[in-house]
Design a protein around this ligand. Structure first.
Ligand SMILES: *Cc1c(COP(=O)(O)O)cnc(C)c1O
Length: 356
């Protein structure tokens, strides 16, 4: 499917490309940025014309609201090069849908879907040489929006900047992660901002995550902020369990981020005939299931790693190890199916790939 709109976006070309500075064999996540970025400002109640320009620093006054009160949102998505050398962006409309919810939660004006999608399409087109072709790699796209008023007062900003930067990302090989069930700190609470992709959620998660790392874990398994009895997310990923052959994941109750990888995996699992359950998973149930072996797999999902296997979960000081699962596991099968669609090896019945 092709997205075609009449929207014209002017492009100021970079004088010199930085493509040859990239070490393509060792693409460390988020290190390199492409030659161009998209910028669109909001002032006087309306959005200006979006522009594509050379990537570079942005100058902001020290009193810019975003620096102080956290009125910021972002997205994380990817553009892929298929095996027959076509480029597409994965589910941009769905990302815009989430973007809209994040913006509304943070009292920010929402950039129109047409500008969001066409802006991303045109930017990827301009920087298409930056979309890696190696297996498992992609171009990571980072739309973000910040409050740019320069009056030091806690208030809803009148001015904003929307921008998109891109970063080539390599295949993400990772050993199964060790998780610690968090029972003291919370990432999000009911009524809070957990369902929004807003900057503050991540700043607040650093301290408990750092503590878990000092204790030898890779990430925190977040529990609900009120009782710490129900599982929510694994670090910055949605979490899945395979329990007696069923695929189980916590429901979107407002404190969990509505992951697009989560949605894609659920869609594929259902289509493949799996029994899927979106329901609360208590720490007690997790403990029993891990102890008895009824829970045979656990994995996280997100745009960065796609699927990240969970090797062990520490519940109140006792570490439960999950068997190492290979290619035949549910996690790896779903990842393979998703990748087959994204790299053009399988048909895309859902219209997820939006070719540029
Ligand atoms: C972005 C994010 C995810 C994953 O969402 P995807 O759309 O699958 O990338 C999950 N949890 C949190 C907290 C996130 O910020």
């Amino acid at each position: 499917m092709k997205t075609n709109t009449a929207l014209y976006i002017p492009v100021e070309r970079a004088y010199r490309s930085r493509l040859n500075e990239v070490d393509w064999e060792n693409l460390e996540m988020g290190v390199y940025t492409t030659d161009h970025m998209l910028v669109c400002d909001f002032a006087n109640g309306e959005w200006s014309e979006p522009k594509i320009m050379p990537y570079g620093p942005m100058g902001f006054s020290p009193t810019t609201l975003a620096f102080h009160y956290g009125q910021t949102i972002f997205e994380g998505m990817k553009a892929f090069r298929t095996e027959d050398d076509q480029i597409h962006i994965f589910r941009p409309e769905r990302h815009h849908q989430r973007w809209t919810r994040s913006a509304e939660r943070m009292c920010m004006p929402v950039i129109a879907k047409e500008i969001f999608c066409e802006g991303l399409r045109r930017l990827v087109e301009v920087d298409r040489k930056w979309v890696p072709g190696l297996a498992g790699s992609a171009l990571y796209l980072r739309p973000f929006q910040i409050a740019t008023d320069t009056k030091l007062r806690v208030r809803v900003s009148d001015n904003y900047r929307f921008a998109v930067v891109c970063s080539p990302a390599g295949a993400y090989f990772q050993a199964p992660v060790r998780l610690k069930v968090e029972r003291e700190y919370a990432r999000a609470v009911k009524g809070g901002t957990g369902a929004a992709k807003c900057g503050g959620n991540y700043g607040g998660a650093l301290y408990p995550t750092q503590q878990a790392k000092e204790e030898g874990f890779d990430q925190v398994l977040w529990t609900d902020g009120a009782t710490h009895r129900y599982v929510e997310e694994a670090g910055m990923m949605n979490v899945f369990f395979v329990q007696s052959g069923k695929l189980v994941t916590p429901p979107l109750t407002g404190s969990i981020l509505d992951g697009i990888t989560r949605d894609s995996l659920l869609t594929l699992a259902l289509a493949g005939g799996m029994v899927v359950e979106e329901r609360p998973v208590s720490v007690d149930e997790l403990k029993a299931g891990l102890g008895s072996g009824e829970i045979s797999e656990a994995f996280g999902s997100g745009t960065a790693a796609v699927v990240s296997q969970i090797g062990s979960i520490s519940i109140y000081g006792i570490e439960y190890t999950l068997p190492t699962t290979g290619k035949g596991s549910v996690a790896m099968r779903l990842k393979q199916q998703l990748d087959d669609i994204r790299y053009g090896r399988a048909v895309d019945p859902y219209g997820w790939n939006r070719y540029i």
